[in-house]
Design a protein around this ligand. Structure first.
Ligand SMILES: [Zn+2]
Length: 260
């Protein structure tokens, strides 16, 4: 059930038997010419829609956060980042308020890797108060459940996920665009994955805007993850699997011992 569709009395009733809440964190950022800026928000939104259709009585879902921390994708028109510090602060405030009403277990269904450190900081904040926070990175778990689903930023996995949400949002003419990576630091330090460079068999991180590395901003992480592989069937099966997985995890998480 969605928190913003409930009355405060219904929330009070829920808290008599339950102390778990799901919070969804997304992002508004470039994912390549073929993808909408809301990719990291739309896919977890779809996962939670299915969760709510199947398991509405089991857990409250708080309103989704469509802004995240995505500093290195700035520069592509429309990308908005609130930065890691403000994201932590927003999440701390959300969890503090919910904690005061009696929530103790927080499941963050996360759509964007750049949010991860902030979510972990909030997790420790919640722990110190006597609660527990779990971060569910849907795209990593989907790739662990089925290695064929594994994917990078704007690759096949996320393209399939957006197709499950709304196929009309995919710009199909750009599906075969390629990553178009450039050796922006010169050929002596060739561009690797994300902000890394390849050097004598190792990968070294040199932080720089993604816009200087690739003109379209999607990255496959060196795996077979072409967006053109994606179809709606893959996406639908994947988001349904994730909705069921989250429900199973929820049952286990409810039994986890809270900190003293
Ligand atoms: Zn993404």
């Amino acid at each position: 059930m969605y928190l913003d569709e409930m009355s405060y009395l219904e929330v009070e009733d829920y808290l008599k038997k339950n102390d778990t809440v799901i919070i969804v964190t997304g992002s508004t950022e470039n994912h390549g010419k073929h993808m909408p800026l809301g990719t990291d928000t739309f896919i977890p939104t779809k996962i939670m829609q299915i969760f709510n259709e199947r398991y509405a009585d089991e857990c409250i879902i708080a309103p989704i956060l469509p802004y995240g921390s995505t500093e290195d994708l700035k520069g592509y028109a429309g990308t908005i980042s609130v930065g890691p510090d403000l994201l932590t602060e927003i999440l701390n405030h959300i969890c503090d308020d919910l904690f005061d009403y009696g929530f103790r277990r927080f499941i963050i269904v996360n759509g964007h890797g750049g949010n991860s450190k902030s979510i972990e900081r909030t997790g420790l904040h919640v722990y110190k108060k006597g609660g527990l926070l779990a971060r569910v990175d849907w795209w990593l778990i989907a790739g662990q459940i089925n290695p064929m689903w594994k994917g990078g930023h704007g690759g096949g996995e996320e393209t399939a996920g957006v197709m499950a949400y709304d196929e009309s949002l995919i710009k199909k003419e750009y599906l075969n665009e390629g990553e178009n990576m450039v050796n922006d630091l010169g050929d002596v330090l060739p561009t690797g994955t994300w902000n890394m460079v390849n050097f004598e068999g190792g990968s070294i991180t040199i932080p720089r805007p993604l816009k200087s590395i690739t003109d379209n901003g999607y990255m496959m992480y060196g795996m077979p993850d072409e967006p053109s592989r994606a179809d709606k069937k893959w996406g639908t099966e994947m988001v349904e699997t994730m909705a069921d997985y989250i429900e199973h995890f929820l049952k286990a998480f409810r039994q986890a011992k809270l900190p003293e």
